[in-house]
Write a protein of this length. Sequence first.
Lengths: 301, 345
Amino acid sequence: MTSRRRWWLQALVVLIALTLLGVLVNNLTVNLIRTGLGLSFRWLVRPAGFALAEHPLPYAPSDSYAWALLMGWLNSLKVILAALILATLFGVSAGAARRSVNPLLRWLAAFYVGLIRQIPLLLQLLFWYFVAFLGLPSAPNSTGPLSSLLRLSNQGIELVGVPLSVEFSAVLVGLSVFSGAAIAEVVRGGLDAVPRGQWEAFRSLGLTEGLGLRRVILPQALPAILPGLSSQYLNLAKNSTLAIAVGYADLYAVSDTTITQTGRAIEGFLLLLLSFLLFNLLINGGMQLINHRVVKGRQRP
Amino acid sequence: MQRRRQLLRHLRRHPLDSALSLAIVLLLAWALWATGQWVVEVADWRVVSANLPLYVSGAYPADQRWRPLVWLGLILTLTLVTLLWPRPRSGQRPGPMRVALPWLWLLMLPLGLAVLAGGAGTGLTAVSSRAWGGLVLTLLLTGASGLLALPLGVILALGRTSDLPVLRHGSRLYIDLMRAVPLIAVLFFGQLLVPLFLPVELEINRVVRAVVAFALFASAYVAEDVRGGLQSIPPTQREAAAALGLNAWQSLQLVVLPQALQIAIPALTNQAIGLLQNTSLMALLGLVELLGISRSLLANPAFIGRHLEVYVWLAALYWLLCTAMALLARRLERSVQPIPRAPGR
């Protein structure tokens, strides 16, 4: 294309985009004036007036909307971080199991991945909440050798002395099981990227499957796994917003309540967008750190 | 005999592995037994069997229920035809039926909309989209938003790989922003904000708003998949097209895009399956598609506490739909192959 034609084409696109944007903004202004709402963020300092079932820092309904949103953000962060760890555990185990020498184990892992990935996450979360966790007995099992480690009841879960709410547990387990299946596929792809000869080599050296996997195969598979893994982590963070379905007070649930109360949809959406950009930055940053270390580790003689 | 001896030797040599196998077998046996017992003895399937019409078409008027049923019947027939029609042998051009199949599938969406909505021109009573629900609504949401997202995504992908900076950065901004936000937020604000951005007189209904929001969201993901396809086309293809005297548009339309899309088909299939699963999110926003209708059924005092039955039934249904979609996509992929593979490849 000649440079003049390129210029005209781009100018045309900009013109169309600006016109479209202008019409939309014009409609928005008309609608906002009609409903008597201007864009403003002053409502953030007003008292929220709603209670939160869970808050990592002290919170009362008389606290501001901004504080309530921060609690939601922290709750999201809490469940995302815990689910990241648990999902990685599930995913790596299932992914490695799909390449195990034991045919039954291979089959079991394939069954897990095939089943979980074909059922909507929302349905799974509802299952974990209403059936698995609310279906627990109402009094904790105080007898038995496990009772000091894990206490289960439909009032809440106590893991090694740390109390967890039923909502948090349901979201955590649901998210981890779902993302674990996706991560298993990533891990399997990464393992397949390691040449067959490497598997045969460690087996012929007499290393056990576990040791060979840890010392020979996984280090070589990691560079292929990490990009897929970070995109699954980002998905997990985004999927955590479905926590609203089981009543966990995550960022999206708090935003939803805030918007319903104040009618500040656009401002609320902007804040939510910013928060998720922040989550994404955090995850991407962390993954890049790991990636850096992995690549550096490989360069060692 | 030989196999048995091999198995015994394996068991002796690897006691840990054998213990693991035994544990898995026991676990599976227990799971099968417990599930079987629950399905036959404990579960009360009336919550499903008494409400089948609701699962199929929601609150669709009872005397008009044959309409969604006819449409679902057509889809089922087409599914069977697609799966069972003999495949072309490698190297041969697909027969006329195979070529027609993708078009028949495309036809299903407008047909479904016409049959369900009725009204002027169809000779059927008009039924407001507010009364649509269940499986029919799930399928329509998936089909309509998928069909909208595909061209949008292709345009975005072309913009993203264009060498014009305005197009490239503009598409990139849109794709990155859309991929950064959770779908539920996009859907929620689609319901809430779309009316704010439109003229006061223009009022669009909830189903259309949902479809628009789904399509806008999915197009960003489609764009990334198509971009992957575009990037895997070697530059020699464009050069060859240019050498044949094709202009930029012809080269794109005849050479690059068909190949890129074909490469992107598996990824796009995954997106379509994801879209089908994600339509369940509309249950949180008040549409009564499959999950939504189940939630309202579970709120009915007659079926209180029957969560597990409903969830197992829904899971089976979604599993079946997703598996069927994956199979169909694999079959249709062969019919739309723009370049028949040479025999022996």
